[in-house]
Write a protein that binds this ligand. Structure first.
Ligand code: UN1
Length: 440
């Protein structure tokens, strides 16, 4: 098997090629899935960062030794590859998310079958070409583009596939987990969020406004980390709502390739209808539409939707509980930090939470009490960096994390090795000298 440092070097070359092709891949990314060009570049950049980070694991991949109980005995734990991995990814981050899975899988010594989203097959293939050009031996990475669930199901069920890493909908993720559970396979799931930003009365106002708009309407709200609930303390609420409405109305929808565009289209017609249905649901539930709420057709083509703000939202409304995956922000007013934390945590998901406050006690309380895999202070809910674990609690995941050191967990098995060089039988946990009834 190719030694891990050599595997890491291939990932460095992948990183370099991605850098060289960054603009070309970014343009393709915008054309294939619609996010604005600055964000497409960010998507590619995240894959570049991950390539170099995981390339470094080729010379790290830390196991450990620990003291053992007996003299002249040595113990260590090392990581080994699991075998063939199935990588199933969504369209919203067609390079970043696959890179979180593919790079650790490869540096750990696995081979893999990669199934990109049927919405972004071209990027899937272009990504795999980068590995080929970087000198990855044939057969180590394999790509299948296909619609529907059949291919995914075949991958999950195949006896040679030992681990599955999936990002996508809760419905598909839990189906995969059930199948994989029956077959005793490792499975890592990332299934979205209903992320909230809390703004306390003492927050840095302009910073909070900018962060809310970016987190809620960046990527047209189509991030697992997007902010779809704004929990605002009553004192600052009127001013904040006014500023958000004013700024939302100024957002420019259109072609993501134009640098002047703020918000691109949704991925497809189904997504557009889903967002519009939720707007209807919100209105029926008694929320007040402050701005947006309509399909945007001025551009002529593309599945655009007006960035939308609701207020008078209560925590139990469907628009405050269900993942909409579009540019819809629900504003919930609260009296205190305690209430904000409670509203934040009463969600089926638990990916990313954020708080804006200048008060250090409130910030530390929030860091401790906000129950999600990621917490931000004075920063929106999006923009996780690849050197830290990414994932969430409750319905967001199944206990695994991507990126950071944690990424290696699903793609490796631990092997504990004991070497006894005493030349005599030493028995762990046994406190008598007799061996199987006789005396030694
Ligand atoms: C996703 O939406 O699935 O933290 C990934 C962020 C990005 C990744 C989002 N770095 O918003």
């Amino acid at each position: 098997m190719t030694p891990a440092p050599r595997r890491g070097e291939i990932l460095y070359r992948v990183g370099q090629l991605l850098q060289e092709r960054k603009e070309q891949l970014s343009q393709l990314l915008t054309r294939e899935m619609g996010k604005v060009i600055a964000e497409a570049r960010g998507d590619v950049q995240e894959a570049i960062d991950m390539a170099f980070y995981m390339g470094g694991e080729g010379r790290r991949m830390l196991g450990y030794t620990a003291p053992v109980e007996m003299p002249n005995k040595f113990g260590m734990a090392v990581r080994e590859p699991v075998g063939v991995c199935a990588i199933i990814t969504p369209w919203n981050f067609p390079l970043a998310v696959p890179s979180w899975k593919i790079f650790p899988a490869l540096v750990a010594g696995n081979t893999l079958v990669y199934k990109p989203s049927p919405e972004t097959p071209i990027l899937g293939i272009e990504f795999v070409k980068v590995f080929e050009d970087a000198g990855l031996p044939a057969g180590v990475i394999n790509v299948i583009t296909a619609p529907g669930i059949e291919v995914g199901q075949a991958l999950v069920r195949h006896p040679k596939v030992k681990a599955i890493s999936f990002t996508g909908s809760t419905k598909t993720g839990t189906t995969i987990a059930a199948e994989a559970g029956k077959l005793n396979k490792k499975v890592s799931l990332e299934m979205g969020g209903k992320n909230a930003i809390t703004v306390l009365d003492d927050a840095n106002f302009d910073l909070a406004v900018n962060a809310i708009l970016w987190s809620a309407f960046g990527t047209t709200g189509q991030r697992c980390t997007a902010c779809s609930r704004l929990i605002v303390q009553k004192g600052i609420a009127p001013k904040l709502k006014e500023a958000l409405v004013e700024r939302t109305l100024k957002l420019k929808l259109g072609d993501g390739l134009l640098p002047t565009t703020d918000v691109g289209p949704l991925i497809n017609k189904v997504a557009q209808s889903k967002v519009h249905d939720y707007v209807g649901i919100g209105q029926k539930e008694g929320a007040r539409l402050l701005v947006g709420g309509k399909i945007y057709s001025d551009y002529g083509k593309g599945f655009f939707y007006e960035p939308t703000l609701f207020d008078n939202v209560t925590p139990s409304m469907r628009i405050a509980q269900e993942e909409i995956f579009g540019p819809v922000l629900s504003i919930i007013e609260v009296g205190s930090l305690e209430e904000a934390v409670q509203v934040n945590n009463e969600s089926a998901y638990g990916l990313s939470s954020s708080i804006f406050t200048e008060n250090v006690s409130a910030a530390f309380t929030a860091m401790r009490d906000l129950a999600s895999g990621i917490v931000y202070v004075n920063h929106g809910t999006t923009g996780a960096e690849i050197q830290f674990p990414f994932g969430g609690v409750r319905g967001t995941g199944n206990g695994h994390r991507e990126a950071g050191q944690a990424a290696l967990e699903v793609f490796t098995e631990w092997k504990s090795i004991y070497i006894d060089y005493s030349g005599r039988l030493q028995r762990a946990q046994i406190d008598t000298d007799s061996i199987l009834g006789s005396t030694s």
